[in-house]
Design a protein around this ligand. Sequence first.
Ligand code: KG4
Ligand code: ZN
Length: 358
Amino acid sequence: MRILGIETSCDETAAAVVVDSTRLLSSVVASQLDTHGKYGGVVPELASREHLRAIVPVVREAMERSGTEYGDLAAVAATCGPGLVGSLLVGMTFAKSLCYALGLPLIGVNHIEGHIHAVLMETRDKGGDIELPALALVVSGGHTHLFEIDGEWRYRLLGKTRDDAAGEAYDKVAKLLGFGYPGGPVIDKLAPHGNAGAVRFTLARMKGNAVDFSFSGLKTAVLRWSQARDLTGELASRRALLRRNPQPTAKEWLAVTPPETLDLLASFQRTVIEELLRRVRVTAEAINARALIVSGGVAANQGLRRAAEQERFPYPVLFPSPGLSTDNAAMIAAAGFLHLERGDHAGLDLNADPNLRL
Ligand code: KG4
Ligand code: ZN
C-alpha cells in the first residue's frame, strides 16, 4: 500500500512515497534557503510563491523516483497545520485536487505528528518497534513540545515553549551574530570549537507547569553579551563571507570567528541542550516512558545527540536520521498510514489551520 505525502507548512516544498508505513521509496525536498537566507528568516509571502513554483515538479519527481503510478496510490496525505497558512494551502490544494481527480482518500496530517512518525517509520523499517508509553520531544523552528504517546498512539501534551521555540532561538542568535539563516546547523558545527563552560547562562525557571520551556531569556542574555562587546569587525567579516558564499564551510566560519564568540556559541548550545534534557528526564520518569523519541529540525543537532547518548537513559533514545529530522514529506506519508488504518479520512473541505494542535 503506497501513500503520497505532501508537506508545505513552512519553507520546504516536499513530496515522498512510502509503502506499507515503513519503507521510504522516495523523498524529495526543495529548500527555499536561497530565497529566505538574505532576510534572516522565512518571508511568508515569498514562501507561498516558491511552493507554487515547486509543487508540480517536486511531486512528479517523488512519483517518478519511487516508480509509482497514480493508480498505485492508496491515499494522499498532506500537512494541514500548524504552519504558515499561505504555504499550507498550496500543498493541501494540490493534494485535494489529486484526490478529487483520482478518487483517492485525502488524509490531513498534523506536522508535529509527522515529525514523530519519521522516527516510528525508520525504527520499524529496521525491524524494531517503539515500546509505549513513549515520550516525544519535538524540537524545531516552530515547536518545542513534549508529548506522552499512549498505547494507542494518541498524544497528550505535557509541556511546551511559552515563547521562542528552540530552533527559533538558534536562528535568532545566529542572525544577531551574523551567521545567516538557518542558525542551527552553523552553531552546531562551530560549538565544538568553543568552551561550553565559558559563559554561564541562567536556566529558565517556570512558574506553573515546570516542564514548559522558555528560550527568550537566553536569547536576551546573548543580546546583552553582544552589546557588551565591540563586534563590528567580526560581524562585517561574517556578513562579507555570506555575501561571497551563502553556504560557508566550518573552516571559513572559523576564520572570521574569534575564540570568545566560539565560547559563546558553545555555551549557548550547551544551555539549550540542558534545558531540553532536564525536562525530558523529569517527564519520562513521571510517565514511566519506555522509549524517548526526539524529532524536528533541532534533532539534527550533533551536540544534542551526543548529550542524549551520554545521559544513558534507562530506555531507548530514538532520533530520526539527519535527513528526516528537518521538514520532509516522508514523515507526513508515514503518519498518513495510521489515519488510513483508523478510517480517519478528510473531506475536500479540509481547511489549513495555522495553529493546529496535536
Ligand atoms: O523541523 P524544521 O525543518 O522546521 C520546522 O518545523 O520548524 O526545523 C527547522 C529548525 C530551524 O530553526 C533550524 O535552525 C533548526 O531546525 N536546525 C538545527 C539544526 N539543523 C536545523 N538546530 C540545531 N542544530 C542543528 N544541527
Ligand atoms: Zn518541522
